[in-house]
Design a protein around this ligand. Structure first.
Ligand code: B12
Ligand code: SF4
Length: 445
């Protein structure tokens, strides 16, 4: 079948999901093309032209987010605005309906997972697939081509006869047999020019269960990993198809399970390839000089240490799964190494107070500012009832109706007074190497 995958994301991120889903369709012998909204000047016009040329029978709309955050003024710490992704997705859906009225439209992507029915209603569409679609998307295409009941596919969400239904997802383990990411269909040079590396996913699932994050509930608490051999095969595939370039591991935590992260590094080293990579999420678990050297030797060029808090109370509240001792070990090992790194801090989860913020900075300030800087986000993005803190957020009055989740809500601990927050934000924003993302400045309902 002729399949067009539309990547609707326009915010800073690699088109990983669309690349993988396009790769899954290619592996099954379909004729696949992509349309990337990231670089489009006029989505409607350019997408219509692509559809007219390609004549797709199926259009897959990849939705990465519902709401993002954009910086409107890099000199002003308060200048963060919510960016509603939905109008862009609607423009895409409208364009397809108008230009290819006979094409089947299917939704998917991480932004679709949490809100299947809301999206179907918002776009007035009927069908989508939740979760990783490496197996289910080819199954859907096969059923369209050869006959079959698309309403029994695992993870499908659909509207029929005035109501909606959802079929339970399957958590597949055999991730080594999925298609390679079809980055050759994307303009990776343009991505590289704006600092976005093609992302590789090495696993699914998360056993950590941080209270602010829905991912473990969504993908399961069991790690489903790709073998190190397969991960490096993927990298080699991208290098062969698109030329050597730095890749990014987009896992929630590259080093959890630690054994898996280490095995990937070793596989890269053993193959002897000149691979370079980075990752946006390294947990302060097992980050000692030996592991740092292993990462460096395997071509690692940058890591972000996801510290989030260094207050013992908040680490416990958030179920982060590591201690201040482990944070110190990670910071010491990275600070004493040649590996450039940055750090992220998240303030404002339930129980955060001026005292816990002080505990965090007592640790952070006992080390030099990392070369890659410190990213501080203030306020917790709430987007689904899968986040464990949802009840606290409801009780706080900062979420009055769950329908607000589809619009995006931010939570801030009520124990952080307004004047204190103003001083804190100004102080942090004035620091060299610090970037402050203010999702919520003080806790009014
Ligand atoms: C890596 C990542 C980032 C990185 C991206 C860097 C990079 N190199 O790409 C960074 C740090 C930039 C980032 C930023 C943000 N992120 Co983020 N990010 C992720 C993460 C961990 C992985 C996404 C990914 O690439 N996965 C790998 C690919 C292969 O998987 P996939 O995209 O899910 O695609 C599969 C399926 O979804 C499906 N699929 C995809 N497209 C399609 C299309 C069709 C038709 C079908 C059928 C199926 C399908 O099949 C694919 C293959 O299996 C996810 C969490 C997660 N694990 O999913 C969050 C996630 C996407 N992020 C999220 C959020 C909220 C954000 C931020 C808004 C956070 C913030 N407050 O700033 C920002 C957005 C940027 C902005 N300026 O606003 C949320 C989105 C939820 C929502 N609200 O809808 C997620 C889901 C996290 C979560 N725990 O819930 N992020
Ligand atoms: S924040 Fe990361 S480590 Fe914690 S539960 Fe979510 S995905 Fe897992």
């Amino acid at each position: 079948m002729r399949v067009l995958i539309i990547s609707t994301n326009t915010l800073f991120a690699s088109p990983a999901g669309p690349a993988y889903v396009a790769g899954a369709a290619l592996q099954d012998g379909h004729d696949v093309d992509v349309f990337d909204c990231y670089f489009a000047q006029d989505i409607d016009k350019e997408l219509a032209a692509k559809i007219t040329r390609f004549q797709p029978e199926v259009c897959g709309i990849s939705i990465r987010l519902v709401n993002g955050k954009v910086v409107t003024d890099y000199d002003a710490p308060w200048a963060i605005q919510r960016f509603d992704v939905r109008p862009t997705v609607r423009e895409v859906a409208d364009c397809i309906r108008r230009t290819a009225p006979n094409a089947k439209i299917i939704l998917g992507g991480p932004g679709f997972n949490y809100y299947g029915p809301n999206w179907l209603e918002y776009l007035d569409l009927d069908y989508g697939l939740r979760g990783e679609a490496d197996f289910t998307f080819p199954q859907y295409l096969d059923m369209l081509a050869n006959g079959g009941d698309i309403y029994i596919i695992a993870g499908c969400v659909y509207r029929k006869n005035g109501g909606w239904r959802e079929v339970e997802r399957h958590y597949r383990d055999d991730l080594d047999s999925t298609g390679f990411p079809a980055y050759q269909l994307f303009d990776l040079d343009r991505y590289q020019a704006v600092g976005i590396a093609p992302a590789i996913s090495t696993k699914r699932g998360c056993a950590m269960g941080c209270t602010f994050c829905p991912y473990a509930r969504l993908e399961g608490t069991r790690y489903r990993v790709k073998s190190p051999k397969r991960v490096v095969d993927e990298i080699e595939y991208v290098y062969a198809a698109c030329g050597p370039r730095t890749l990014s591991f987009c896992d929630n935590s590259f080093n959890i399970p630690l054994k898996h992260g280490k095995a990937i590094c070793r596989e890269i080293i053993e193959r002897g390839n000149e691979i370079t990579w980075s990752t946006g999420a390294l947990k302060p678990i097992g980050i000692n000089p030996t592991f740092v050297n292993l990462m460096l030797e395997s071509g690692c060029q940058y890591v972000n240490l996801a510290v989030e808090s260094a207050s013992p109370t908040m680490l416990g509240n958030m179920h982060r799964g590591y201690s201040v001792r482990q944070i110190r070990e990670a910071m010491t090992s990275l600070s004493n190494s040649d590996l450039p790194f940055g750090m992220s801090i998240m303030l404002g989860a339930p129980g955060e107070s001026p005292e816990t913020v002080a505990e965090t900075f007592a640790v952070v300030d006992s080390f030099p500012t990392p070369p890659g800087g410190v990213w501080v986000s203030i306020g917790i993005n709430m987007w689904t009832e899968y986040q464990q803190i949802i009840d606290v957020v409801r009780e706080s009055g900062q979420l009055t109706h769950d329908a607000q989740l589809f619009d995006g809500v931010d939570y801030l601990s009520p124990e952080l007074p307004k004047d204190y927050m103003e001083d804190l934000i100004n102080n942090l924003a004035a620091r060299d190497g610090y970037t402050v993302q203010v999702n919520k400045a003080h806790a009014t309902a």
